[in-house]
Design a protein around this ligand. Structure first.
Ligand code: F6R
Ligand code: ZN
Length: 188
């Protein structure tokens, strides 16, 4: 029998305690996400391959949900802000919830047929990600972006489609403020 347990989540650092999984994504692992590949290489060099985001999970076998945090560093590659890979859930009815605890960001969402939506991420905002919508988080602030997520343990993660086609919108800095623009290489 699974036993109840309190899990501490630090709203500033994103630390989950106890956590069952923890991983980091560094800029060199995320090269393909950014438009300006030369800028990626020079930032990898200049910042010694910085951590772009970290994920800490709490998952127990025998339960149908799991949850955790994503903690994103502030930063840009050229004019593009740091972002997560982005994915669809494989299971057709698998939704997800993102509850932002710290920082400022944009949650970009995209349906299979290319409809694009976005939801602001700021402390206290809770985003509903419906089934069938790819989701990517972007840290547009100058501090860490920390959010708690929760979804079905069998949701499945499809990264390939978004990696191949990109997302329809890019989030870039214009006069130090984030704006959404059309992705010129979307679908290529
Ligand atoms: C899980 C989920 C988040 C992301 C995390 C990293 O379904 O949406 O936990 O996995 O924010 O983003 P990706 O996985 O797109 O690199
Ligand atoms: Zn997800």
């Amino acid at each position: 029998m699974l036993m109840p347990e309190g899990v501490a989540i630090d709203g500033i650092t994103g630390a989950v305690s106890p956590a069952t999984v923890h991983y980091t994504k560094r800029l060199s692992e995320l090269r393909e996400l950014f438009q300006d590949r030369e800028a990626v290489e020079s930032e990898v060099e200049r910042l010694h391959d910085p951590i772009v985001y970290e994920v800490a999970e709490y998952r127990k076998q025998g339960s149908d949900i799991f949850f955790g945090t994503t903690t994103m560093s502030p930063g840009r590659v050229g004019s593009e802000y740091y972002m997560t890979r982005g994915h669809f859930h494989e299971r057709p009815n698998a939704a997800e919830v993102y509850y932002t605890q710290h920082g400022d960001g944009i949650l970009l969402l995209e349906s299979r047929d290319g409809q694009s939506e976005n939801v602001e991420m700021q402390p206290g905002s809770c985003a509903f990600i419906p089934p069938g919508w790819a989701h990517r988080s972007i840290n547009t602030g100058s501090e860490k972006l920390v959010f708690v997520w929760m979804c079905n343990i069998a949701a499945g993660h499809d990264y390939g489609d978004i990696l191949k086609r990109g997302m329809r919108k890019l989030v870039v800095a214009r006069n130090q403020l984030p704006v959404l623009i059309d992705n010129p290489s979307w679908g290529h």
